[in-house]
Design a protein around this ligand. Structure first.
Ligand SMILES: O=C(O)CCC(=O)C(=O)O
Length: 308
């Protein structure tokens, strides 16, 4: 293994819960990735693989599981330099937990509200990392990722309202962190933002005339296992894949109590639960447990969506 990240970048990640790294992917590969996205967006099967923008149903805001849809994305998710960086952050035995592609089309690209990824899929330990690979130059103007440095050291914030998981917190200030601490993770196309699962992050609506596409493969240490198998969290487990090192014969457990993401109804995506649209759309309970009333219902439901 080579070190993709400098010691300074690793130290920065440990202290702040994120780091922005350029130079891992070159312009040629990123241009190919954008062409693949264009192909997926014009595919006749788009409705089966994507979620539409509520404001303009002709535009997709999310393509689910891009690593299962195109070899280029599967290759990027297993790229040696990317996995070298992931290994520096979470160790040598690495599982690709899931992947997604957030499209943020010009003018309608949906907001992503403040949240911690771990709230959606608590695991036995926090050695997970999401890698956000910008496919366009990303700035504040076209709604780059925003983070609260150091927020990963404050544990898991409550992502609930009226006793139900809602997938968001009101604002950094409302959970006791200063809004003034917010940092914009701007980066050229090809840059990668590595984020800790407890990092508080968000992105605004894209009001610009430019796309802001980001491919997000998310990884976990092989000895981190999900502690919640409700519908949205269990959905990707069958395709979780060891991409480096050894499968684990043990599970590593960090002491603590995690709140489970039990929503009022099943949801397909982070956008849907943050907007609250799942309550009107979904009728099934999201506990993921069989109940006598529901009969022998499939605990994973029929959602086509993603882990979040
Ligand atoms: O697309 C973005 O800006 C944020 C992505 C994100 O936080 C997520 O999908 O969990």
């Amino acid at each position: 293994m080579e070190n993709t990240l400098s010691q300074r970048q690793v130290d920065f990640y440990r202290a702040n819960g994120f780091c922005v790294v350029d130079g891992i992917f070159d312009a040629e590969l990123v241009a190919k990735a954008r062409a693949v996205v264009d192909g997926l967006l014009s595919s006749a099967d788009l409705a089966q693989m994507a979620e539409a923008e509520p404001e303009d149903g002709s535009k997709a805001r999310r393509i689910w599981a891009p690593t299962s849809r195109d070899e280029l994305f599967a290759g990027i998710a297993e790229d040696t330099r990317l996995l070298d960086a992931v290994e520096q952050l979470i160790g040598p035995d690495i599982v690709l937990q899931y992947s997604k592609l957030n499209v943020k089309p010009p003018r309608v690209g949906s907001v992503v509200e403040w949240h911690q990824d771990f709230a959606f899929y608590p695991h036995t330990n926090t050695d997970l990392v999401a890698t956000l690979i910008y496919l366009d130059d990303a700035t504040r103007a076209n709604a780059c990722l925003r983070v609260v440095p150091g927020s990963h050291r404050h544990g898991l914030f409550e992502h609930e309202s009226r006793g139900h998981f809602v997938g968001k917190v009101p604002s950094p200030a409302q959970v006791g962190l200063g809004d003034s601490a917010i940092v914009d993770c701007e980066g050229a196309a090809g840059s990668v933002v590595f984020i800790h699962p407890l990092l508080l992050h968000s992105s605004e609506k894209n009001l610009s005339d430019l796309y802001r596409r980001v491919f997000i493969p998310s990884y976990r240490a092989a000895d981190a296992l999900p502690v919640y198998y409700g519908p949205h969290a269990a959905h990707n487990e069958p395709t979780a894949k060891l991409v480096r090192g050894q499968a684990s014969r043990t599970v590593r457990s960090e002491a603590g109590v995690w709140r489970l993401p039990i929503a009022q109804a099943e949801f397909n995506s982070l956008y849907q639960i943050q907007e609250g649209s799942h309550v009107a759309d979904g009728a099934k309970s999201s506990t993921g447990y069989f109940s006598h009333e529901a009969g022998a219902e499939d605990a994973t439901g029929d959602a086509t969506g993603d882990a979040m």
